[in-house]
Design a protein around this ligand. Sequence first.
Ligand code: MN
Length: 257
Amino acid sequence: MERVTLAVGAATDVGRVREVNQDAFFATPPLFVVADGMGGHHGGDVASRIAVEEFERADAAALTAPTSPVGSRLITLALESAQVRIAEYAAEQGAVEDWYAGTTAVAGMLVHDQDRAAWLVANLGDSRAYCFAHGRLEQISVDHSLVQEMMAAGRLTPEQATTHPQRNIVTRALGGPGVPEPDFFRLPVASDTRLLLCSDGISGMIDDAAIARVLAEVPDAQHAAERLVADALAAGGLDNATAVVVDALARVGQSPD
Ligand code: MN
């Protein structure tokens, strides 16, 4: 069994404009989640907390070396449970006009397939997963957002997307109708790679080059997460900002068993 030592950092901040932090995170190996709630009057903050609670309840830490199929089943079930609970919560609130409770979710889970360590990543909405390795930042998840769809259709450049007035509109999330349909990604875990999960309060405030610079310059995972949040605030802090940084420090070949 290939063993990976992880170092974990996490930070969140309400930002400089919003009154409530509707972001939430969970970071207990082997599972990491960032959720960005949407909807005022305790719609968004409760929805993101419910999502995080369902991942916590899934208790992935109790599993020894889960495989990709086990991991994707666990993530799918956590999202489905969250979806049910958010709908129940919305029903309790009654049909107040324009009231909405929804949340994005991006999850990363360390899995082992044929004894090889890998990151299993899943997302709903525009919270992102990035991988940083050998000085290069790669976005793993693809946003479920209106501007992402417009870019894919060639109707918008990435530069235009960063300032588009509808850039906050997500096309998939928890809290909508139907069964949540996350996208899954799988990437091998190499030594000295960093996984970053973040809300759009990070990726919408500082660009990928600035994110890469922090991940290159700040070796400690907790300090890197705090720096990303601090830089997002310094860039204006227009949204809640959350970063979870997970470092795969070393791989120790085969264990005796
Ligand atoms: Mn946000």
